[in-house]
Design a protein around this ligand. Structure first.
Ligand code: MSP
Length: 574
């Protein structure tokens, strides 16, 4: 115990590692991807994109993939009358397609049916076994196929009318199971896991740390880590015992190791993961089983678990039976994938469930991406104001005059001065909604500045002497757009790229450090004017037309801030 405690403590120390390894859960292939799945992937992707932007020297690695073994996959395939392997290929490919179209920049897509993964599982099993953490025992209990887990009596709800039992948490039915299994000595890792959970910022948001600590305050039972092959045959065989297959959760968790080459020594260059993104429903597996398995195998547990809550649809849990499962491909036809990414990251908060509704998505995207961001770009690029199609330089005396005489100019400058620091601290906590909020606040300030400075009164045809002031107004506006474009790259990578392309910002100047070089931060060093990119449209995001807004389309669209949940979201738990 003492030796293990020492090892555990050592493994909890922060080891410098230039690699920043991030994972999503691997997705069950029993059904097609929905927006909840995409949400896990988009969070991890935005996190990685920010890390690359902020620390270009760091080796950021994102792994995602599909979880393909177990009874429920077997059942789904037979329901469709398709051979299991083919069924897995098809659904796995759908995940790849959705992630590709949502610009998930993954370094690896792992499937648990791949040979490299099976090798890793066999090695991991043998390691646990040879270290004495696995034993064989007769086991009986309630098994939930949907959740792929045994549940204790206190985790069940009895339906008096039918006499059937269901998981309290997920609502899925359970079945009584009596079999001889291999067991993992989870009970022996209680203190070590608790110690790991309690480390600063290990589990985020903090409410999930509390949930884990509550679970850990009761004695942990040992867990079954195998099933008889004649019951679950679509699984990996236990090494040296064909009569048993590896429990699907042990199989699935090892994907994080197989992706980085385990058991080849090279895996240690990436180990442990810096951050693992998971949904709240799989907290127990990642916050208790996983660190225990790793400690038992002599490996370091992950640096951080980022746990997110769920999406409901019009206030209801998404489920096939309610026919309310939102398909990201269909949603993207309405909003575009960038629009969907923006909505998920803008409206979702980790600590509580988010509600997905068409009305809300339409309102946010129209108000923020079309009106506040897109409209400002169109106005600054309008030929009537900007006939030369340039990103002009600001003229020092006009800039000084605007900042002196125009309240809106001062507010814009203040907002831009805070942009980098604020967004950095929000990104560091995966508070993407607050990054979007901050960028939108800056863009509102830019819209107000643009309106208040009345550039149309200075345009061509008016006195020639107005030109430098007009160019200074456009330069400040474009600078705000450029800075917000840099900041928003992790959230809406394609739109931000188009914005920066239009403004002819060189690719090498889109990193986080370029936020420091702006008119707001350094008015003395303004740079020369440059030509806008004529090949890129200034129409960034088309308003989404729906029944509710069709009539309003003819009215002018003022850039209004979305008030949705703003206050509540500001109070996000860290
Ligand atoms: N295969 C397991 C994970 C194994 S990881 C070693 C699994 N797969 S899943 O397909 O059911 O879920 C994958 C992810 O999608 C989880 O993070 C889960 O929380 C997330 N979501 C599933 N439904 C969701 C919502 N309705 N809303 C948000 N995310 C949800 O669990």
């Amino acid at each position: 115990m003492l030796i293990r405690r020492i090892k555990c403590l050592r493994s909890l120390g922060t080891r410098y590692n230039s690699s920043h390894y991030v994972t999503t859960p691997i997705f069950y292939v029993n059904a097609a991807p929905h927006i909840g799945h995409l949400y896990s992937a988009v969070i991890a992707d935005a996190h990685c994109r920010y890390q690359r932007l902020r620390n270009p020297e760091r080796d950021v690695r994102l792994c995602t993939g599909t979880d393909e073994h177990g009874t429920k996959i077997q059942q789904a395939a037979s329901l469709y009358g398709v051979p299991v392997a083919k069924y897995c290929d098809d659904i796995s490919e759908r995940y790849r397609d959705v992630f590709r179209s949502a610009s998930i920049l993954q370094d690896d897509f792992i499937r648990t049916t791949e040979e490299r993964h099976k090798r890793a599982v066999a090695h991991f099993w043998r390691t646990l076994h040879s270290r004495g953490h696995i034993y064989s025992a007769a086991y009986s209990g309630w098994y939930c196929v949907s959740d792929e887990t045994f549940l204790t009596d206190s985790q069940l709800r009895l339906d008096e009318s039918t006499g059937t039992r269901h998981s309290l948490e997920s609502g899925h039915p359970v079945e009584w199971t009596e079999e001889t299994n291999y067991m993992f000595r989870l009970s022996q890792f209680q203190d070590d896991v608790r110690h790991w959970v309690k480390q600063e910022a290990r589990i985020r948001p903090a409410k999930f740390e509390k949930i884990l600590l509550d679970t850990l305050s009761e004695p942990l039972p040992d867990v079954s880590v195998s099933r008889p092959s004649n019951r679950v045959h679509w699984a990996i065989s236990v090494p040296d015992d064909d009569s048993q297959t590896v429990y699907v959760w042990l199989d699935a968790l090892v994907n994080y190791l197989s992706s980085v080459g385990y058991p080849n020594e090279t895996f240690s260059a990436h180990w442990p993961p810096a951050q693992q993104v998971i949904g709240k429903d799989i907290l127990k597996f990642h916050g208790i089983y996983w660190p225990a398995f790793l400690l038992a195998a002599g490996l370091e547990p992950p640096g951080q678990l980022h746990v997110h809550s769920h999406w409901t649809v019009d206030g209801q849990k998404m489920s096939k039976s309610k026919h309310n499962v939102v398909d990201p491909v269909q949603a993207a036809q309405q909003y575009t994938m960038e629009g969907l990414r923006y909505f998920l990251l803008r409206e979702g908060v980790a600590h509580s469930d988010g509600n997905y509704s068409h009305v809300k998505a339409q309102r946010i995207l129209n108000s923020e991406l079309a009106d506040t961001l897109g409209n400002l770009l169109s106005r600054a690029c309008a030929k009537s104001l900007n006939p030369g199609q340039i990103y002009p330089s600001a003229k020092p005396e006009h800039l000084a005059d605007l900042l002196r005489s125009l309240e809106a100019a001062k507010r814009l400058q203040e907002s831009l001065l805070q942009l980098s620091e604020r967004c950095e601290s929000h990104y560091e906590c995966n508070h993407f909604h607050l990054v979007a909020d901050t960028a939108m606040a800056a863009l509102h300030a830019a819209n107000n500045f643009f309106e208040s400075s009345r550039p149309w009164t200075l345009k061509a045809g008016a006195a020639e002497s107005n030109q430098p002031r007009l160019e200074t107004i456009i330069a400040m506006t474009m600078d705000a757009l450029r800075l917000c474009g840099i900041v928003l790259q992790p959230i809406i990578p394609q739109l931000a790229t188009r914005l920066l392309d239009k403004l002819s910002v060189p690719t090498a100047q889109r990193g986080w450090n370029y936020l420091a070089e702006s008119i707001a931060t350094n008015p003395a060093n303004l740079g020369g004017s440059r030509q806008l990119d004529g090949h890129t449209s200034a129409l960034l995001f088309q308003r989404i037309l729906g029944e509710s807004t069709a009539k309003e389309e003819h009215k002018p669209q003022p850039a209004k801030r979305s008030k949705s949940k703003k206050k509540e979201r500001r109070e996000t738990m860290s």
